[in-house]
Structures are given as structure tokens and as C-alpha cells.
Design a protein around this ligand. Structure first.
Ligand code: NAD
Length: 747
């Protein structure tokens, strides 16, 4: 029998006759539980109640929402922190509360399903036992580093003690999440329970606790490793190696060394670790990296919100037009990826290929992708069969006829695409959307081959489909709102992030990226070495340099896109010439073993070894104002900044944040800098304007400042409202001066 106790807004608390109290979290009006201030206050009241009772034998924390246990602290609360004193109070409150949970006399168990992230995991770590549902939606981790901060509620202290130094460094520094199975293997959860055995398994575990008979699933080898790394020399060596590994990124991502510092301090002296964790968190919150990553977080939330793209009327209508069956024309590199991804997200997928031989190749591609997915998600034979049954590959139109959406991913030729669309137009129902995955052709021109151009749009996935989060949804001149809304909802349902762009050459991402790639190609002709160029851009914060990227994408594909952008982007013609020569020589990039680099055993070897003998100049040179960039960085980054401004001028997207988010998600544009427009704000519009003029004088009109930059510079404007941000020194000063609790230890 259950006794319901004092009512709370976010919790249902009940105690059964065996003395087991269940505290079930269900934060109202939130699709996913998050720890807001009021939720924390209620949890504190519940903890006080538990502390005062002697009749309890076990407290079970779990979620009443099917969406999961807890997504962490409310990021809006974090972003709205007004200064170090408030940040310190927030950290104190969480640390104190979890300390009390950690020290409850009654044993505590957390029952985890779905996300258990950030503050959710920190709460779980303060409990005695954890069990987790072993399916693909369970994700356990401390992703704070992705927002430029470190876990602040004891995560840097309790995780190393729970899973050891090596595992915790991996989890905290990469912000990676673990499945229930992986978490059980390292001792982060006591038991991973399959969905089929879920309730029975949880009840069994509770019974085991009550009987005092809990056995861990952690393998002996892992336990042995934990034991070995406890020795001081081993720890010192691990921390030394870790510091060396993060050194190159430490300046851009100060949370990395801060996390190592907090972990190390905690290993030396427990109480001091919490103080360090707290002070490092407060300092990090004031860094530009943290602000930029928070802005990107909110931009991503907005892009994933259907309200950003749809009017109220369309939103109400969307369910009646739901997409269930997806057709894919062409099962090549992109088509196979799109179809596979749709199938793994529950859609029925029908492929159409030109002939049996192409269909065979398509099947092989698809099988490979499906196998990788099934292996990674540890799917059983039946689930694999179910997944494969969702897909048909055919050389006739029959399977396509019943689709609600057809994505064309055939070769990049206007005549072929127009033929395909004309045929589809007469084949499918009038409310079926026809989308093209073209990267450079005009959606409007493709749509002219149909009788219903209002249901034609672009749906531009990036390569490889399963890894790239961004999808550009391209609105043609006559594409209707319903088509766009349904496509945005479809992209969302795949767990990807949509950005709606105007139909214009290169749309948004390729348009901003290609001036940068082109400039790198031109610099090779001037004697710069690929290695030097790529190294400098990695230093700027790109995941790989421009020439490495061209080699990876394929010189042939880059040439194709560059040719189609030639009439909108100034200065691309000589770039196309260089790329054409390379294609004719067979130097088409990594897939051929040769491009800007040679590849041996999957590793790159530069064609020319460091032709640049002069050191990279970090000071203002040749009349450039100091923007903090090296000569090579400035030469390559400014073309992107300039093109981003032109895209704003020409309203390729509706709002500025869409440009920044798209570039970060699709190209890895230095996330800590927040995107091209934020970089301009960071340097200062005036200064960027000055340097563009100077670059124009030295290198030509492809650097001419856009009118908008000139106007904004004259009016002393920015793209974004200036943010209230406390410098580190200011925050430290205020911190010492105003808050006497700064040196207080909770231990
Ligand atoms: P691909 O050459 O790998 O595949 C094209 C497939 O289309 C082939 O299997 C071919 O047999 C099939 N095909 C050709 N004509 C057809 C027809 N009439 N009916 C049915 N199937 C037909 O090409 P890809 O790299 O997958 O590119 C496909 C599209 O995606 C292109 O428009 C390309 O610009 C775009 N795209 C490519 C990338 C990339 O990195 N590869 C990225 C984004 C977008």
C-alpha cells in the first residue's frame, strides 16, 4: 500500500508499507525534467523530511516522465546569472543539497531511464545505488564542458571516486554520454536492465537492497584497473598526460584545464576539491567561450522549435499532414545515408534506382550503414529484421507512389533532376512533398519541371548524413508554408537541426564556406604549404584545415560546387581552374589516396613540406589593424566573415543567429567563437571594415567590404546586443569583496 505525502509541484512522494519511499520527479509544463530553482527548493524540503524520519528503509528517486530522468540544470537559469555572487550561491545550493543526500542515513537508489545528464547525474552520484534502463534513449553523462563550464554540483569530485580517474577524465573533458550498458561496465550504475525486464528488474534490485545483497555487474578487469590508478605515481602520470593532451585547446576552452584542476584538487583533499570546483565554475561563467557556447545552445533550441518556422495555423495543421513514408531517388552516398537515417527513425523508406546494378550497389551501401547502426545500438536479430523490413529498394516507381515525401539524391545534373521531378509530379499524390538534396543547383529551376512547384523544396543534408546535425531546408520562390513546416518537422523528427534558407546559389553554408576554401587553394599557388595553412586554421578553432576538408569531401565535388558558385562568389574562377587540373590528374582527395596531401595507410603526407620559412605573424603587419588573428588566419577567415555579411544583406536566412548556428553545426566553425557574425562583433565592425579594405588593396576585389559593413561601421553598430559579461578579474574582485562564503568548504 502507498501513502501519498505532502504535495509538491514537481514531485510525487509516496511510502509503501515496507518503508520504501518513492520520490518521483515530474516537472510541470516541461517535456523533460530539469532542475530549476523551485525544483531544487522542493527537493530540499523532501530531503529535510527524509532526514527527520526513522521509519524509512530505502528512498527511490525516479522520474514519472517517459522522456527520461533528468536533463540537468535549467540552462536558462545558468545563462541568466547576473554575476559571481549569484553564481556562487547557485553552486553552493546544489553542492549542499547533494552533500545532504550523500549523507542520508537511509539508503538511496536512483532509477534511470532516458537522459540522466549534468545535475541529474550529479544527484545520482550522491545516492548509494543506481540502476538504468538498457535501451538507446538512456544517456548518462556530464556534458557541461559543451557549454564552456565544468560540473559544479560535485560532479568533478564524485565521478572520479565512483568510476576512477581515467574514466571520469574522459567523461568530463569530452562531455560524452554513456549507455546504461557502458555505465554498468565502468561501475557508474550498479545494474543495466533491459526494457523487457524493466519493472521486474527494478523491483528485484530494491528487494536485493532491502535484503542487503547487492552484486555489481562491473567486470573484474575494470576493478583491477581502478585499484592500480589509485596509486599516487599513477595518478600523477595520468594527470600529466591529460594536461599535455588538452594543452593546445586550453586557451580556447578554459573549462578543460579547470576541470582537471578541480579533479586533481579533490583527489588530494576532498573538501578543497568542492571549493575549487565552485570557484572554477564561477570564473568560467564569465568567459567569452562560455557565453558563445550558451548562445549557440539557445540558437539550436530555437532552430529545433517548430514555432520558429511555422505560423500558428500551420502548426495546428501539421499532424493531419504527417510524413510516414519516405521515397529516396538514388541510393548513392547521400541517398543511402538519408534513407537509412529515416528508417532508423521509424519511417518506411522506398528507394528508386536507375537499374539493377545501381540498385545492387545501393543495397550494399545500405546494408553497411544498417549494420554499423545495429552493432552500435546492440540491436537483437528481431530488431535488425524489423529495421531492414522497413526499407525497399526498387528499379520501378511502384514503391514511390504511396510516399508522403520524396527526396531526390541523384547525380548533380539539372537535366537529370528535372526529368526525375517531372516524372514524380505525375506519380505521387498532390500533397506529397518533392524535395531535392542538391548542393548547388537552383531549387526553382528544378521546380519548373513540375505542375505543383509550391510543394517543391530543397532538403540539403550534409555528408556523412548520420553524423552531420544540420539540414538546410530551402524555400523556393513559390514553395508554400505548409511544405516548409512539414519538412522542418520531418528534420526535427530525425533529431537533426533545420535552418530554412532562401533558394540562392550555395544556399547558406556552401556559400559562406567556399570563399574560404577557394582562398586556401589560391594561397597554395603563392607558395604556402598545405600543412601550414591547415595548422593555422586548426589553431583558429576549425576541426580541420580548409585543404584537409577539400581532400575529405573530394576535390571533384568541391570543383563542382565551386563552378556552380562562380557567378555569385567573386574570385572563384582561378580556384576552379586549379581544382580542374587536380581532377584531371586524378588527385581527387582522400578517396583516391592523393589530393592536397598524399595518403598512406589512411594517414596524410603533405605534397610539399613547409614551403613557408617565415614565422607566422601574430602582430599587426602591413597596415592591418590588430584583430588577434595571424596573417594566414586573417586571409582565410575574412572571406567567410564577408560572405556571412552578404548573406545577411541578401536575407538568405531570416535572423543573424541562423548564420552563426548553421556555420558551427555544418562546418565546425570554431564553436568557442560563436560563429562568423559573433567573430565580427568580437573584433569590432570598424576594425573588420578597415582590414577588409586593406585586404582588398593587397589581394583584390574579392575582399571588398559589403555595404552593410561600411554602414554599420559608420554608425558604430553590432550584429548582436552587447552582453552583460563580467571579466575574470572583475568577477574575482567582486567575488572576494562581496561574498564571504567564497572560501567556505562544505566538507
Ligand atoms: P552519388 O553519385 O553517390 O549517387 C547518385 C545516385 O543516383 C547513384 O546511385 C545513381 O545510380 C543514382 N541515379 C542517377 N540518376 C538516377 C535516376 N534518374 N533515378 C534514380 N537514381 C538515379 O551522388 P551523391 O554524392 O550521393 O550525391 C547525390 C546528390 O546529393 C547530389 O545532388 C549532390 O550534389 C548532393 N549532395 C552531395 C553531397 C556529398 O558530399 N556527396 C553532400 C550534400 C549533397
Amino acid at each position: 500500500m502507498n501513502f501519498r505525502e505532502k504535495p509538491y509541484d514537481a514531485f510525487h512522494v509516496s511510502t509503501d508499507s515496507a518503508g520504501v519511499m518513492t520520490v518521483a520527479i515530474d516537472v510541470p509544463k516541461r517535456p523533460m525534467n530539469v532542475l530549476t530553482q523551485s525544483v531544487m527548493e522542493e527537493l530540499e524540503a523532501i530531503v529535510s523530511d527524509i532526514e527527520s524520519r526513522s521509519d524509512l528503509r530505502l528512498v527511490v528517486f525516479r522520474s514519472e516522465k517517459e522522456s527520461g530522468f533528468l536533463a540537468g540544470a535549467d540552462v536558462r537559469d545558468i545563462a541568466s546569472i547576473s554575476g559571481p555572487a549569484q553564481a556562487g550561491r547557485l553552486i553552493d545550493a546544489g553542492q549542499q543539497l547533494f552533500h545532504r543526500i550523500d549523507h542520508l542515513k537511509t539508503p538511496t537508489l536512483v532509477v534511470i531511464h532516458g537522459p540522466c545528464l549534468g545535475g541529474g547525474l550529479e544527484w545520482s552520484l550522491a545516492c548509494d545505488y543506481r540502476v538504468a534502463r538498457d535501451n538507446s534513449s538512456t544517456k548518462i553523462g556530464l556534458p557541461e564542458i559543451k557549454l564552456g563550464v565544468i560540473p559544479g554540483w560535485g560532479g568533478t569530485q564524485r565521478l572520479p571516486r565512483q568510476v576512477g580517474l581515467v574514466q571520469s577524465l574522459g567523461m568530463i573533458l569530452q562531455g560524452k554520454t554513456l549507455s546504461a550498458h557502458a555505465a554498468a561496465k565502468i561501475g557508474l550504475v550498479d545494474r543495466a536492465i533491459t526494457p523487457e525486464d524493466w519493472e521486474v528488474g527494478v523491483n528485484q534490485f530494491i528487494a536485493d537492497i532491502l535484503r542487503g545483497d547487492v552484486r555489481t555487474q562491473r567486470p573484474l578487469r575494470k576493478r583491477l584497473l581502478r585499484f592500480l590508478e589509485c596509486a599516487k605515481p599513477a595518478r600523477t602520470w595520468i594527470l600529466h598526460k591529460t594536461r599535455a593532451k588538452i594543452r593546445s585547446k586550453a586557451e580556447q576552452y578554459p573549462a578543460l584545464p579547470a576541470a582537471v584542476h578541480a579533479i586533481e584538487t579533490g583527489l588530494q583533499k576532498q573538501g578543497a576539491g568542492y571549493v575549487t570546483e565552485r570557484s572554477e565554475f564561477v570564473k568560467l561563467l564569465a568567459t567569452p567561450t562560455c557565453r558563445n557556447l550558451l548562445n549557440l545552445f539557445f540558437a539550436r533550441e530555437s532552430a529545433r522549435d517548430i514555432k520558429t518556422w511555422a505560423t500558428h495555423a500551420e502548426r495546428a495543421d501539421i499532424h493531419s499532414h504527417e510524413i510516414r513514408r519516405v521515397g529516396v531517388v538514388g541510393a548513392g552516398a547521400m541517398g543511402a545515408g538519408i534513407g537509412q537515417f529515416a528508417a532508423t527513425h521509424g519511417y518506411d523508406v522506398a528507394f528508386r534506382e536507375v537499374d539493377e546494378s545501381a540498385a545492387q550497389q545501393g543495397r550494399a551501401r545500405l546494408e553497411k550503414l544498417m549494420k554499423t547502426y545495429a552493432d552500435r545500438n546492440r540491436l537483437g536479430a528481431e530488431k535488425r529484421r524489423e529495421l531492414n523490413d522497413r526499407v525497399v529498394m526498387s528499379t520501378d516507381d511502384d514503391a514511390i507512389v504511396l510516399c508522403d515525401l520524396v527526396v531526390e539524391a541523384a547525380v548533380e545534373r539539372m537535366d537529370i533532376k528535372q526529368q526525375i521531378f517531372a516524372r514524380l509530379d505525375g506519380l505521387v499524390a498532390t500533397d506529397c512533398i518533392l524535395a531535392t538534396n542538391t548542393s548547388s543547383l537552383s531549387v526553382d529551376a528544378i521546380a519548373t519541371s513540375t505542375t505543383h512547384p509550391e510543394r517543391v523544396a530543397g532538403l540539403h543534408f550534409f555528408n556523412p548524413v548520420h553524423r552531420m546535425e544540420l539540414v538546410e531546408v530551402i524555400r523556393g520562390a513559390v514553395t508554400n508554408d505548409d511544405t516548409i513546416t512539414r519538412l522542418v518537422a520531418f528534420v526535427r523528427s530525425l533529431g537533426k537541426t533545420p535552418i530554412v534558407t532562401k533558394d540562392s546559389p550555395g544556399f547558406l553554408v556552401n556559400r559562406v564556406l567556399f570563399p574560404y576554401l577557394g582562398e586556401a587553394v589560391l594561397m597554395i599557388g603563392e607558395g604556402y604549404s598545405p600543412a601550414e595553412i591547415d595548422r593555422e586554421l586548426r589553431r583558429f578553432g576549425m576541426p580541420m584545415g580548409p585543404l584537409e576538408l577539400i581532400d575529405q569531401v573530394g576535390v571533384d565535388i568541391a570543383k563542382h560546387v565551386a563552378s556552380s558558385l562562380g557567378h555569385v562568389i567573386e574570385g572563384l574562377d582561378p580556384v576552379v581552374d586549379v581544382l580542374t587540373d587536380m581532377v584531371q590528374r586524378g588527385d581527387i582527395g582522400k578517396k583516391a589516396g592523393s589530393g592536397f596531401y598524399r595518403y598512406q595507410d589512411g594517414k596524410s603526407v603533405p605534397h610539399k613540406v613547409a614551403a613557408l620559412s617565415s614565422p607566422v605573424c601574430l602582430e599587426p603587419d602591413d597596415g592591418f589593424a590588430n584583430d588577434g588573428l595571424s596573417t594566414i588566419q586573417r586571409r582565410l577567415v575574412y572571406p567567410m566573415l564577408r560572405e556571412a555579411v552578404l548573406c545577411k544583406e541578401q536575407q538568405i536566412v531570416r535572423e543573424d543567429w541562423m548564420i552563426d548556428l548553421a556555420m558551427v553545426l555544418a562546418t565546425g566553425f570554431a564553436p568557442h567563437r560563436g560563429g562568423p557574425l559573433r567573430v565580427i562583433d568580437g573584433i569590432g565592425v570598424k576594425l573588420v571594415h578597415e582590414n577588409l579594405k586593406r585586404l582588398q588593396t593587397v589581394h583584390g576585389n574579392r575582399f571588398s567590404p559589403p555595404e552593410l559593413i561600411a554602414a554599420m561601421s559608420a554608425a558604430d553598430q553590432r550584429f548582436y546586443v552587447r552582453e552583460r559579461s563580467l571579466s575574470t578579474t572583475e568577477s574575482q574582485r567582486k567575488w572576494r569583496g562581496n561574498d564571504s562564503s567564497s572560501s567556505r568548504s562544505i566538507r
